[in-house]
Design a protein around this ligand. Structure first.
Ligand SMILES: [Zn+2]
Length: 262
C-alpha cells in the first residue's frame, strides 16, 4: 500500500512528463477510468516473495492482429530506482491495443532497502532461469521466467540503471543491451538514432551485447527465443531525467509492439 501511495504521488510530481508518456488511468479519486482494462495477478502467491503483476489490455484485446504483447520488468536490482519507479508509473498506462504486462519492482525487498541484491544477498540478475525450490533469487527468477514463457510476449523490457565508471561492471552509461538484436533491430536503431539526434531521451544511447550469464536478458533470449532489451539509464543524470528516459523508451517499445497508435 505504501508503494501504491508513493506511486500515485510520483505520478503527480511527474505530471509534466507523464502527460506526454503516461496517462494516469485513475480519475483522481481512486476509481478506474472507463476502458482502462487493468487487472492484477500474483506471482509466488502466498509466500514472503509474492509479487503483483499488472496486466493492461487495449480497447480491442480480442481482435485478431490488433496489437502485440510487451512484458516489462523493472527493479531486478533494488537500488536502481529509476528502473522500478518507471515500472510503477507504467502500471497506470493506457494502451489502444494488445497487452502490456508489468512486474516492478521485481526485487521487492531490495527496492524497499535500497539495495541491489535480494534479502539472501543474491544478485537476481545472475539467477535466471531460477529454481522453484532454490534460494530467494532463484525462486523470484523462476516465477518471472515462467510467467514470461507463459505470456509469450513479442518483446521483454528489463529496466536498470548504470552507475558512474569504476564502481562495478554496470558502468555502461545510457545504453540498451541485447543478447541478439534480431527481430528488434528496427526498434534498437530508432532508439540509437533518435537519442543521438536529440529527438528523445536526455542524450545518446549506446548499444551493447553479451548480457551476463544468468541474466534475464541472456536466458529469456536464448532459452525462450523472446527478444529482451535491457535499458540502462545513467546515474549521473537526475532521477527525474532517468525515469523520463525509461518512459520514453518504453513508449517507443509499446508503439513497436502495436500497443499504441502513432
Ligand atoms: Zn542493474
Amino acid at each position: 500500500m505504501r508503494k501504491q501511495i508513493w506511486a500515485a504521488a510520483f505520478c503527480l510530481a511527474f505530471s509534466a512528463l507523464a502527460c506526454k508518456g503516461v496517462r494516469d488511468a485513475g480519475s483522481g479519486d481512486g476509481t478506474e477510468a472507463k476502458g482502462a482494462r487493468r487487472s492484477e495477478y500474483r506471482l509466488l502467491e502466498g509466500t514472503a516473495l509474492e509479487l503483483t503483476a499488472v496486466r493492461i489490455q487495449g480497447e480491442e484485446p480480442d481482435s485478431p492482429g490488433e496489437g502485440g504483447t510487451l512484458y516489462i520488468v523493472g527493479g531486478i536490482h533494488g537500488d536502481e530506482k529509476a528502473g522500478w519507479m518507471a515500472g510503477e508509473l507504467l502500471k497506470y498506462m493506457e494502451i489502444s491495443a494488445g497487452t502490456l504486462y508489468i512486474v516492478s519492482p521485481a526485487n521487492r525487498y531490495g527496492a524497499g532497502k535500497d539495495q541491489r541484491n535480494t534479502k539472501e544477498d543474491r544478485d537476481l540478475n545472475r539467477n535466471f532461469p531460477g529454481d522453484p525450490d532454490g534460494c530467494d533469487a532463484e525462486r523470484i527468477a523462476w516465477a518471472i521466467y515462467s510467467d514470461i514463457r507463459d505470456k509469450k510476449p513479442d518483446l521483454a523490457l528489463d529496466l536498470h540503471e548504470a552507475r558512474p565508471g569504476g564502481e562495478n561492471r554496470d558502468a555502461l552509461g545510457n545504453s540498451v543491451i541485447c543478447q541478439s538484436p534480431g527481430g528488434i533491430g528496427d526498434l534498437v536503431l530508432e532508439i540509437l538514432t533518435k537519442s543521438a539526434e536529440g529527438d528523445m531521451c536526455s542524450g545518446a544511447f549506446t548499444l551493447y551485447g553479451s548480457p551476463p550469464p544468468g541474466s534475464i536478458n541472456r536466458i529469456v533470449t536464448d532459452e525462450l527465443g523472446i527478444p529482451v532489451m535491457t535499458v540502462e539509464t545513467f546515474r549521473e543524470d537526475d532521477l527525474e531525467i532517468r525515469v523520463k528516459n525509461h518512459l520514453e523508451i518504453a513508449r517507443l517499445a509499446m508503439r513497436y509492439c502495436g500497443l499504441l497508435g502513432d
